[in-house]
Design a protein around this ligand. Structure first.
Ligand SMILES: Nc1ncnc2c1ncn2[C@@H]1O[C@H](COP(=O)(O)OP(=O)(O)OP(=O)(O)O)[C@@H](O)[C@H]1O
Ligand SMILES: [Mg+2]
Length: 274
């Protein structure tokens, strides 16, 4: 029997944390584990998932589907072993998309895609405005990507709360671009998330890695471009965790010593002592 299909929106709060990079590479990594994966560009106004996947000319895009001009099947392309539903990036279309797109139309498309795939990953826009709500609501699970900074964490916290309201389940967070001396540690991130949201483990730490940008410039997902680089290794490990074939990298929920800033942040957000 076919396993129950899963839909996961990849979100942040703050922009530029690495959602599009992760959607493309996690998708390709899960595909290479043998899963049937579809990735959908849900960043309707600032679409760029196709670029990261090296697809610069797509006759039909998700925007044509939303406009009723094409069927979803016509907007599915195959690349690097997975299915990709790109969204067009014509500036002239942006206003219409933002004003006319209905949540139901995206949910309908997601339901249709789930009939023909095992995992649907949706690249969501940053923030918590309407376009993000649409992407989160179209999926049953949410995978937030934050960077190891306080502002990114606070924004990520809001996104998880929004997902709770919308009924999407969040298993844990991904921390991307780790590696600078001033970064918040995984222990602090887990403590902060745990205290403000209940148990919320870090599912992966993806390091800052120059190969990611190099791969983006070449239009090749980094897990294909340089499979042995540090970022690719972390993304491949995450693929096993998300698909259910590996344990979490850390034991979640352990109390650890945390810094003063984390304690102050928790107090600001919850009114409670850390
Ligand atoms: N681990 C990493 N190491 C180095 N560079 C990275 C890493 N992850 C992402 N980047 C780079 O950071 C930039 C932003 O990444 P990306 O476009 O995936 O973020 P985003 O969250 O989708 O942004 P937006 O909010 O604008 O949609 C890209 O140029 C990408 O190549
Ligand atoms: Mg993006």
């Amino acid at each position: 029997m076919r396993a129950k299909p899963r839909s996961i929106s990849i979100t942040s709060g703050k922009g530029g944390t690495g959602k599009t990079t992760l959607t493309a590479n996690l998708g390709v990594a899960m595909g290479s584990l043998g899963h049937d994966v579809t990735i959908l560009d849900g960043d309707l106004a600032m679409a760029n998932l196709a670029i990261v996947m090296g697809m610069h000319r797509c006759e039909v895009s998700f925007l044509d589907v939303l406009a009723g001009k094409a069927d979803i099947g016509d907007a599915i392309y195959k690349n690097y072993g997975i299915k990709v539903v790109p969204t067009g990036f014509r500036f002239e279309d942006v206003h219409d998309v933002l004003t006319k797109t209905k949540r139901e139309s995206v949910e309908e498309a997601a339901t249709e895609l789930l009939r023909q795939t095992e995992f649907l990953l949706i690249d969501a826009p940053a923030g918590i405005a309407d376009a993000t709500v649409i992407s989160i609501a179209a999926a049953r699970e949410m995978l937030p990507v934050c960077n190891p900074t306080y502002s990114s964490l606070v924004d990520c916290h809001k996104t998880v709360r929004l997902a709770n309201v919308l009924g999407a389940w969040t298993r844990g967070v991904v921390v991307n671009r780790m590696g600078k001396a001033a970064d918040i540690s995984t222990a602090e991130i887990e403590h902060f998330m745990g205290k403000t949201l209940g148990s919320m483990p870090v599912l992966a730490e993806i390091p800052e890695d120059a190969k990611v940008l190099e791969a983006e410039r070449e239009g090749v997902p980094v897990v294909v471009y340089e499979p042995s680089c540090a970022a690719s290794v972390a993304i491949n490990e995450l693929a096993r965790v998300v698909a259910g074939g590996a344990d979490l990298p850390y034991a979640p929920g352990k109390e650890r010593e945390v810094g003063e800033t984390v304690k102050r942040l928790i107090r600001a957000l919850t009114g409670r002592r850390a």
